[in-house]
Design a protein around this ligand. Sequence first.
Ligand code: ZN
Length: 409
Amino acid sequence: MHRAETVVLKLRSPGRAKRAWLDQTAELFRQGTQLGLDAALSAKTSNRGKIHAATYASIRALGLPSDYCRMAVNQAVQLARSHFGLRKSKQQAGKPTAVRSQGIGLGTNAYQVVGTALRLSTGVRGDYIWLPLCVPQHWRDKLQYVKGDARLFKRGEDWFVMLPLKMPTAPTVRDGDGEPTVIGVDLGIVRLAAAKHPKGVFVVNGKPIRHEREHRASLRRRYQRHRRTDRVKAQRGKEQRWMTDLNHKVSRGLVDLAAQYPNPVLAFEKLDGIRDRVRGSKRFNRMVASWAFRQLADFVLYKAERAGVRVIFVDPRKTSRTCPRCGHATRANRTTQADFRCVGCGYRGNADVVASLNIAAAALDVLRHGPPDTARLGQPGQAAPAGERLDGVKVWASAHADSNLESSA
Ligand SMILES: [Zn+2]
């Protein structure tokens, strides 16, 4: 089971000799493709075998290394097909096409990705051209899945390579395969993420994020005063990359955390609920927060898919003010940002952990009964108390013991 993806990576400033080789090979590739296309048009065929037989030798004779010739023929076949396809519907279509440079087609024999470099065949055994690539950190582990025909192309003065990936997809965990381990993840501003799990609490403190944001905002203001809009823009980009990088780390942490448990499920609030959570903060903060949470959720989704971890989004209503012990839900339970104290039964706990438990409980409800609007009468919108789960399903309700709440990871 595989999932296809494509990445485009920039070549890390190739030297003069390598550039010359790239330009020259691209030109030979273009000429080879042209030979193939000419043959296709004059024989009025787009049959790969025929075009190959008619032109392979002459394409080789141009000096294009053999590993690249098959791709030039393929390219010609594609152009011929689209040409004939065009002619069929448009009788008046113009003259046979001249091939513009399409870069260099890389057949599977022509290249290999070694570490973070592209190794190209030169047609001489044991003689390679090495092209280092600019690879973002989070793509490094993906490069092992490169498989199939690739393409080098030029934009302006820069060269890029388009690489196909065949990502293994984890076998889907079916509902009912043993007891699910449901871990609720509470997202917020004070704590970016808090998740109660069997062995403790996973917490990502939001303070460094707010600090970083404030620092960058003040830099931006300074640049703005000096009318350096270029710098302002650059700062925006830096900030986004910083946040993206952090989201990769947090999502990796959450998925790895869940994956160590049997039949794992990560549960989040539906992101519309984030607005509520971030209430009271400034509009801009809210905007950035919802963008960041959305991105975090995206990253979790694709990492979880590969790790065989299910992800569920639940109705966010009352997750922050329902008592995980008795189910009593009132705003008064939430005494401060950090503390939860049930006015019904006196249960006390850390507010983020309580939210995490309630999210897990709501997710279990969905797992067992389907989404609330398709099933079940009674108690609409009320998260069931986490402490009272039934028949063998584990919910992390150790919140009864206040002492073990703060083992921050
Ligand atoms: Zn209570």
